[in-house]
Every structure is written in structure tokens, then in C-alpha cells.
Design a protein around this ligand. Structure first.
Ligand code: SF4
Ligand SMILES: [Zn+2]
Ligand SMILES: [Zn+2]
Length: 306
């Protein structure tokens, strides 16, 4: 199969565009989609600190490398990579190693935030205490809190996330399936700022997961291929499967799901600030006690005796 744009062999097909692309055209097209989304999601940026969430996997490695390129001509912008150590010994140390290597190679400052220090517990310790609850439910909420806290402490104007098109399409579908329009409207990318919450950007929103992976490989970025031992229990897995099937039957479904999110965010008023400040941690929250603190309370509670 040849590239749709040149005689070189294609490395990936893009049924949602009716094209096949070679390595060079894939790189150029990923970079262009990233730039376009940054312009759209962060218009008229006047300089300052941009935090980038860096797990050490392919998506965040790609987001950091592209953010580094994007701001390379801007001496008024400082990048800060923020990595979270949730406390998953069989998995996280390797990804943190890859993250540190990438930061060294790009010359980007990195900070590592540890759940054990900031929350007084870890994902693995909580998984042992709360057998019945899928670890991703609290681990993801805690990670968001730690990332936001680190970005806020650094005075960052925005927090760049490595979410790709598949991730976001799955999240839209999950929120719809749970009937949670509030959370759907509040998904990244954020259009507005509110006190205490660093706006989250998702500049890889138009790039499918497979293309992010190929891009990271073609560019030789260091990233870790490991999978979290808790991932098999994630509720997201069902939605990943559904999105694949829908996309195969009807190419372009992922982009359509993203447009659904954008339209709902506009009409639902995603710009409305969170109505509460958590009574325990003070973060913006949709209820008097934020989800992160509710999970912390559950993790501390003694297990029920049957
Ligand atoms: S897969 Fe789940 S438990 Fe593992 S790091 Fe991700 S959110 Fe946490
Ligand atoms: Zn080509
Ligand atoms: Zn709280």
C-alpha cells in the first residue's frame, strides 16, 4: 500500500479520512493536528508556565515532546513535566524511569508527586484494603487531584494531558452511558478557568491511539510499554471495545463522539464554576466533599466484617 500523498510505502491507514500515510506524512500530520488543537484550546497565550502530565507512556511522552516543539520559540514559556507516583511497585518505577529519560533529553524540568506523601496512601495499599472496588476508580481521581495540585503550586496557566482520540471518545461514551451530563460537560479540554482548577488541555484529541504510538516510535521517544496490573479491572475496557467496534463499522465515530462532547459542553454551560469548595481539602468540587476525599475516607474506614 502506498501513501495517499506520495510514492512512499504507507505505515498506517486512516479509514476516517479515506487515506493511507507514510512515516513522513504521519509525523507531519500528527504535528499539525497537535498545533491546531493548541491554537484552538489555548488562544492568545501570553506566556508563563505550562505543566504537562507525564506518566512515561506513549501518549504523555508524545504530548511533552510536541509541547516542547510548540513552545520552542517562546522564551516567555516554561514547561514543567509533572509525574505522579501512585504507588504501584510492579509498574510505575519503569514508567517514571522513561519519563525522567525523556525530560533529560528534552531539557525539561520534572517534578514527581507521590501519593504516599500527599495522600497518606497508595493505589496498591488501597487495592488490598478495598477488594470490591476497581482500583482505577480512585486511582484516576487521586491522580487528577495530584496533577492539579502540582500544576497549581507551580503557577501553571494550563495542564497539558496526553489524552488521544480513543481515550476521549471512550470517556464521552462512559459519561453518556452513566447519564452523567455534568461530568461530560466538564471533560478536558477546558475552555474557561476557575479558581483552584488549572485548565486541562488535550491537544492530541484528534489523533487516534494507534497513530500516537507510531509517532512516538518513529520519533524514537523513550516510553514504557508496560501495563498496570490493575488495568484489567477498569470499567473503561468495555467502552474501549465498544468504541473499536463502532469505529470499524462506521469510521469517524470517534470524532463524532468528540463533537457531541463539545456541543453539550457549550449548551450545558461547562463554564459554570464547580458549586462547592471541598470541606476537607478546599478543592473545587461538585458536592460538599470532593470525590478524592470521599475515596480517601473509604480507604481509611475499617473493612466491614461479614
Ligand atoms: S490502570 Fe488504573 S490503577 Fe493503574 S495507574 Fe491507571 S488508573 Fe491507576
Ligand atoms: Zn507520504
Ligand atoms: Zn476534597
Amino acid at each position: 500500500m502506498r501513501c495517499t500523498a506520495c510514492p512512499a510505502p504507507a505505515v498506517v491507514d486512516q479509514p476516517y479520512r479515506g487515506s493511507h500515510v507514510c512515516a513522513d506524512h504521519l509525523r507531519a500530520s500528527v504535528e499539525e493536528r497537535f498545533r491546531r488543537e493548541m491554537h484552538r484550546q489555548l488562544p492568545r497565550f501570553r506566556g508563563g508556565t505550562i505543566a504537562v502530565a507525564l506518566s512515561g507512556g506513549k501518549d504523555s511522552a508524545t504530548a511533552l515532546a510536541l509541547a516542547h516543539d510548540y513552545f520552542s520559540g517562546r522564551p516567555d514559556v516554561a514547561l514543567l513535566a509533572v509525574s505522579v507516583d501512585e504507588g504501584i511497585p510492579g509498574y510505575r518505577p519503569a514508567t517514571l524511569g522513561a519519563a525522567a529519560e525523556l525530560c533529560r533529553s528534552l531539557g525539561v524540568e520534572q517534578t514527581v508527586v507521590r501519593a504516599a506523601d500527599r495522600l497518606g496512601t497508595t493505589t496498591d495499599a488501597t487495592a488490598r484494603a478495598l477488594h470490591g472496588m476497581p482500583p482505577c476508580s480512585y486511582c484516576g481521581v487521586w491522580r487528577r487531584r495530584l496533577l492539579n495540585g502540582a500544576a497549581r503550586e507551580a503557577g501553571a496557566q494550563a495542564l497539558v494531558l496526553g489524552f488521544n482520540l480513543d481515550d476521549l471518545a471512550q470517556t464521552v461514551l462512559m459519561n453518556v452511558a452513566h447519564g452523567d451530563l455534568d461530568r461530560l460537560a466538564r471533560m478536558a479540554p477546558h475552555r474557561t478557568t476557575q479558581p483552584g482548577l488549572v485548565p486541562r488541555l488535550a491537544p492530541l484529541a484528534q489523533v487516534p491511539e494507534r497513530e500516537v504510538y507510531l509517532y512516538a516510535r518513529l520519533r524514537g521517544l523513550p516510553f514504557d510499554h508496560g501495563e498496570c496490573p490493575h488495568a484489567a479491572r477498569a470499567a473503561r475496557n468495555r467502552f474501549r471495545e465498544m468504541v473499536w467496534q463502532l469505529e470499524e463499522a462506521q469510521p469517524g465515530t470517534r470524532q463524532a463522539l468528540l463533537r457531541t462532547h463539545e456541543q453539550i459542553a457549550e449548551r450545558w454551560g461547562a463554564s459554570a464554576p464547580a458549586p462547592y469548595r471541598c470541606r476537607s481539602c478546599g478543592d473545587p468540587a461538585s458536592s460538599p466533599l470532593c470525590r478524592a476525599c470521599r475515596f480517601l475516607g473509604a480507604a481509611e474506614a475499617p473493612p466491614e466484617v461479614a
